[in-house]
Write a protein that binds this ligand. Sequence first.
Ligand code: ZN
Length: 249
Amino acid sequence: MSLGRAALHLVLAAVLTVLTQLGGLAWLLSRLFRRKALAFAVLYAGLWLAALMIAPIFGRVPIACHGEGPLGMRSWVFCLANRNYVAPGLKAAAEDMAAAMAQTYPGTVTLALDGNFPFLNGFPLLPHLSHKDGRKLDLALYYADQGRYLPGRTRSLLGYFAFEPGPSVCPPRFPTLRWDLDWLQPLWPDYAPEPARMRLALRLLSRDPRIGKIFLEPHLAAKFGSGASKIRFQGCAAARHDDHIHIQL
Ligand SMILES: [Zn+2]
C-alpha cells in the first residue's frame, strides 16, 4: 500500500471514529481482508453487537431504537452509529418522564437524539463537547402542525438543526459552534413546538431529583419554562439549544 493510500485510510478511520466510536477500528481491521467491504460490514456489525452487551458492564445502556414505548430514538441513524448510550440513571429518568407524558397526553412519544458513545469517559460525542460521560442526553422538541400534535415527528429528519426563531443573547463571533444554518431552515416543515407538552416535559424533568440541569435557549425557556427551575442557558460557546432540549444528571 502506498503512503498516500495509507494516509487516506487513516483519515477515513479517524472520521468513522469521530462519528461512531467503533467504525474506525472496523475500517482498519477490514483492510486485512480480501473482500474489504464485506469485512467492514461484518466487523462493524460484530462490534456494534458487542457494544450492546459490553457497554452496560461499564455503566452505559442503550436507549431503545424502535418499539412501541413512550420513549424512543428519533432515528435509527443514532443507533447504527452507537450514539444512543447513557448512564442507567439517565435512561430511567428519561423513561419515567416519557411515561408520565404519555399518561397525561396519551399517544405522546418522547424522542431522544444524541446521547453518548458506549465506551470511555472523556471521549466526546462531537459536536457536543459535554456528551462524554454517559450523563448527557438530548431530547427532541414536541411538535404540532397547526396546533395538532405530531407523534414521533420532528421538523428535521434527525431532530436537530431546525431552530426556533427568537432573540439571541449571544453576539456573533467566529469561529463558533453556535451555528444558525440559515440555508437549511427553509427546508423544514412549518411545525411549531406544542406548548402543553413542552411545558409539561420541562416541569417533569425539573421535578426529577436525578436530573441536574436542563439546557434550553432563553427565548424557549421564557415561553415554556415556567415552573421548571432547572433550566439553564448553555452559554454562547455551545450550540444553539432552540432545536432540542439537553438534559444531564
Ligand atoms: Zn446535549
